[in-house]
Design a protein around this ligand. Structure first.
Ligand SMILES: Cc1ncc(COP(=O)(O)O)c(C=O)c1O
Length: 416
């Protein structure tokens, strides 16, 4: 089957394109491009946005989109969510980054320790990458072993130990070995091949690789991992940065019966304000206390204040049930709309964090063309990366999306 994305630069994205051309002169690549669908399918997506409201995005050309990327998962309540923004604004006026931390850091740590299952302490940074990198360092120090295991195609951040940059000069990856998610036999083999040298296994609660359907943990996976880690004196690090509060108030590990020693969070915790968090069990506390943990901006209190308000709102309204429900509606609607035009699709991952793939579309060409058509009709999807639902997505947004998708699938069928 041969198809193509709608060609040429759509004039409705002309200001975006103009900015992109300017940016290319002063910003390598113009945007942090490899993540952006506009980089893969030039001309069919906006590059630059002006503002967001609820689940809507407005680009620099004034186009409106129902957004299913939610700031790559960082927005969970809605763009511009008043109670969170108001709390952040007040904190900015009083002082965001002062010379030392503010009481809100203690308050937020207490809130997290109260709600995240089995965790007894928290430290804060700016990004998910900070949290996973700290976790790996603390695991190495705590176990006095060098190697960490990660699943192939799992994303844990942009640091050299885990990034997709594979330049030989970046040798940090030498002490990282890869297994296939859900393949406990392979994990066991790696433990024996690197006997006595494995500090930790790093996993996401379920596997959400880019360019491929998401995979849920197999029955028994976490029990077996736990047993292996315990026998081998290795730690289990849960990278909960992407799922982060969309699955379970007490942490996604509870959803799947995992027993991590360290948990990394970030993304949605402050509804879009930059905050990374590393949490740990009591047994990990002294290793963390002895570790040099610092960053000039890591004690900034506006994002922490916004995190407190986000968590409070999530106690007040059932965001998890809501995102699941609208996610289920979206998945069912898209599947039906696809089949009306003769397409068979698979919706993978939890409904609140779904990913759509066409069956029999190994290089995602159909997905790219479909997402490009959807962007032109005002729905922002990503052909290679999972999507996110938020508390701001209403049933009417899903209905509008499915109606546009129906037209999109029809147009796609006509292009084949
Ligand atoms: C599972 C996972 N871990 C870590 C990260 C890195 O987080 P950040 O981009 O905030 O550094 C991401 C970001 O997409 C992620 O999805």
């Amino acid at each position: 089957m041969k198809t193509r994305a709608p060609s040429d630069y759509d004039p409705r994205f002309s200001r975006s394109l103009e900015l992109f051309r300017r940016a290319e002169r002063v910003i390598p690549g113009g945007i942090y491009g490899t993540k952006s669908p506009g980089f893969v399918i030039p001309g069919s997506f906006p590059y630059y946005f002006e503002r967001g409201e609820g689940c809507r995005l407005y680009d620099v050309d004034g186009n409106e989109f129902i957004d299913y990327l939610c700031g790559y998962g960082s927005m969970i309540l809605g763009y511009g969510y008043r109670p969170v923004v108001a709390a952040g604004e007040a904190r900015l006026r009083a002082g965001d980054l002062l010379t030392g931390p503010q009481p809100v850091m203690v308050e937020l740590a207490e809130m997290l320790v109260d709600r995240i299952d089995a965790m007894e302490w928290a430290v804060f940074a700016k990004n998910g990458t900070d949290a996973t990198t700290l976790a790996v360092s603390i695991a190495r120090v705590a176990t006095d072993k060098p190697i960490v295991m990660i699943a192939s195609h799992a994303y844990h951040g942009a640091a050299n130990w885990c990034s997709s940059n594979e330049y030989p000069i970046l040798r940090d990856r030498d002490e990282v070995v890869e297994f296939h998610y859900n393949d406990i036999g392979m994990v066991r083999d790696l433990f024996s091949r690197h006997a006595g040298r494995i500090a930790a296994v790093v996993v996401t609660p379920y596997h959400h690789p880019a360019f491929a359907p998401s995979v849920m943990p197999a029955p028994g996976w976490y029990d077996a991992l736990h047993e292996l880690c315990a026998t081998e004196h290795a730690l289990l690090i849960m990278d909960d940065i992407r799922a982060n509060f969309r699955l379970n108030r007490a942490g996604s590990h509870v959803e799947f019966g995992a027993r991590p020693d360290l948990i990394c969070m970030g993304k949605s915790i402050a509804n879009g304000s930059p905050l990374g968090v590393l949490l740990g069990t009591g047994a990990m506390k002294s290793a963390a206390a002895g570790f040099f943990i610092t960053g000039t901006f890591w004690t900034a209190s506006a994002p922490m204040t916004m995190a407190v308000r986000t968590l409070e709102e999530m106690d007040r309204v059932d965001v998890i049930a809501h995102t699941r429900r609208v996610g289920e509606l979206l998945c069912a609607g898209l599947t039906a709309a696809a089949s009306e035009s003769g397409f068979s699709i698979t919706m993978s991952g939890p409904p609140a964090i779904p990913f759509m793939t066409f069956d029999d579309d190994p290089d995602l060409t159909l997905n790219q063309a479909f997402c490009a058509l959807m962007a032109r009709s005002g729905v922002y999807l990503h052909p290679h990366h999972n999507w996110f639902l938020s508390y701001a997505h209403r049933e009417s947004d899903i209905e509008t999306t499915v109606n546009r998708a129906r037209a999109g699938f029809k147009a796609l069928a006509a292009m084949l």
